[in-house]
Write a protein that binds this ligand. Sequence first.
Ligand SMILES: [Ca+2]
Ligand SMILES: [Ca+2]
Ligand SMILES: [Ca+2]
Ligand SMILES: [Ca+2]
Length: 199
Amino acid sequence: MKLFFLRSSLCRAFFGVFLAACFEPEAPVNTLAGPKIGERRFRIEHERCDASIGTVQSVDMNGDGSSDLLEVQKDGVMVCRSSDLNRDSRPDVFEYFEGTALRRRETNLIDASFVTVAETFTGGALTLVEYDTEGKRRIDTWDHFNAAGKIDSRERDTDGDGKIDEWWTYAADGEYSVRIDTNADGEPDEVRRPDRGAR
Ligand SMILES: [Ca+2]
Ligand SMILES: [Ca+2]
Ligand SMILES: [Ca+2]
Ligand SMILES: [Ca+2]
């Protein structure tokens, strides 16, 4: 049940990305400075979770004769597991542990042969979610979370040129604004806010 709830939450976050269309432009802002970007991954690198890293135990959750859950243990401790939620014999979620704490979770949301969402946890708390929203094996959206577990910023590369062109900033009350690079120079030129009437 926990996994299904997670998947549902992820789906909402995933489709929330496309709500970017619900904006009304404000006056252009020419004095905004672009954020400094550190090293950025543009591809979700799947971590192995199989017999190459430990002892595999398969579990048949629904008793239909085929395994839905694979757990991998190393020195008697579970280091990762994969789950087949839609029972098509292909795993949809991979979870990786550090001690007892979740360290990383990879999810396939579009029934592709590769994962499209990677979540990073620090001390068990979610800090980063990377999305391949278009299924092109390329990360186009990065969500950053604060210590309280709330999203506080989102970055997007909407045209796949390797440069961020949308910077979303979230306030504590959940309202957000988006700075947009309209001329592909890597710097924001315009600020938009959500169309509250469309919500
Ligand atoms: Ca089964
Ligand atoms: Ca599956
Ligand atoms: Ca771009
Ligand atoms: Ca610009």
